[in-house]
Design a protein around this ligand. Sequence first.
Ligand code: DAH
Length: 339
Amino acid sequence: MKEKLRQIREQALADIAASEGLARLNEVRVAVLGKKGDLTAVLKGMKNVSPEERPLVGQMVNETRAAIEAALEEKKQQMEAFLLEKKLKEENIDVTLPAQKNRVGHSHPNTIVLDELERIFVGMGYEVVEGPEVEYDYYNFEALNIPANHPAKDEQDTFYVGNDILLRTQTSSVQIRIMEEGRLPIRMIAPGRVFRADEVDATHSPTFHQVEGLVVDKNITFADLKGTLEAFAHEFFGPDTKVKFRPHHFPFTEPSAELDVSCFKCGGKGCRFCKGEGWIEILGCGMVHPHVLEMSHIDPKEYTGFAFGVGLERITLLKYEIDDMRLLYENDDRFLRQF
Ligand code: DAH
């Protein structure tokens, strides 16, 4: 038994010394200490050893095991130290090389402009609300004073989903949804996507975005409309911007107007940017038509209001002097990277 243990020990130490690589070292471990290993076999044979000899043999087995385990551990550490050394030598890092830059994403120009718009109106006490993109004819047309067969309906080439359901052509539909809720006063803007069956060109797209505005309260006058939109224009286009309200027609406002701002490129003298006009058209607006209020169960004798609708892409193109709307949708990284 003593001789057997000596042999196992000798053989194991020799195998450990000769091992190259951690995998081989593990094989040696299993061959000696594993379930079917040589030393384990000796341990299993202990039942044949006489009771008097057992403590002595037991001690010898333990010593053998300890010696082999120590040798295994030492060899393992040698190997790991060697590997680390090798790796450090191979991976010498030149800290003077220029670093690889991470490219960080950022908001789309439309989003930047929308955030700015929201900031300005929230600052004036407006709430930001949303309405559905798939809408009833009633909210998109009827309740906005555009009944069936009204010529204004013709101007908007509409995507119909069913007889009286369509992709909304304007965010004005949200005005009705909010007024119907019956909580007054109202001070809201409603940004969102709208749809029209338009051909794609530099200024048209079948889907684009609008931001609707609506204020309904007691004693709201056209002066409030003018003051509000002038304040907006000053914030958005710069403090020297002049505004001009041109009479216009929208079925759901009376009176209605279009807002022009003095060209922020030439200051109003006339340049290529404003096509020599000195003015740039920005949005449509007006006093909410009494009949529109009535249809939404608001008493026009008690309450008045104003509304406006601005094309988000339109003012994005203006702000960044982009001359083709398609650039906003093509997701060309070379374009988007500039903002
Ligand atoms: N919805 C109109 C359009 O798409 C824009 C508009 C004009 C909205 C006047 C308004 C408004 O709220 O008062 O052309």
